[in-house]
Write a protein that binds this ligand. Sequence first.
Ligand code: PLP
Length: 284
Amino acid sequence: MSRTVYVNGAYVAEEDAKISIFDRGFLMADGVYEVTSVLDGKLVDFPGHIARLGRSLNELDMDAPVDDAELETIHRELVARNDLDEGMIYMQVTRGAADRDFTYPENARPSLVLFTQEKPLAETQAAKDGIRVISVEDIRWGRRDIKTVQLLAPSMCKMMAKKAGKDDAWMVEDGFVTEGTSNNAYIVLQDGTIVTRNLSNAILHGITREAVLRFAREAQIKVVERPFTVEEAKGAAEAFITAASTFVCPVVEIDGISIGAGEPGPVAKRLREIYIDESRKQAI
Ligand code: PLP
């Protein structure tokens, strides 16, 4: 069934949506994006996603195409027009169309595109079984805190995992795990402490990460934000990932080694439950 999507001011059928071949998003990956999950037809962690979009735009000296209130209106309109109960809304802002040049154009109008993706989020096989990951070298650029659309490196890493018959890759730099190809990475130590990499330019500042760490601390679970190695992960009691598209999802194997009991652990399961319950309550 054809979706209704949003492109530069218009709601149109997906097959009618058009963007210029001179759009810098297309030519130079000069664009940023956000993915917001939808539960019960409502937006999860929406203020966080809007704030991070603003930060990404700011870091790249890119203008916002419309104000935050309008972005919310467009999200709601797409949920309504596509009758979306559970899934995601993808939003992309690019610097717009201009003759190809490495310098930023003076007068380009930013492009704004949004579309919905229907997908089960609360009940998934990955969450029930846990996922298996391999470690790969982190070949991305140095500003991973900016959520740009240049996703070829993580896409290549994910394909390496798929070719190895696994679900995802954890990327490693200077011996330490940065994050998953499209998620933040965590381990749980034998004493129950959650360890996840501290925020810096090396990783994306996950919106789900922020919420999950807050819920963990509220549940009196100790959280330490620091880098960890693959070796440390192999000896951990549990591991998990977070992202808007997966919530909290257990990781049960890394590089062929079972983590803990080799099945989803109690901390990951509990945090997933809390996250989904709270998101259902707080979604707007
Ligand atoms: N890290 C990377 C590299 C990502 O691409 C994503 C999500 O797409 C995340 C982490 C998780 O971020 P969020 O929780 O905001 O979805």
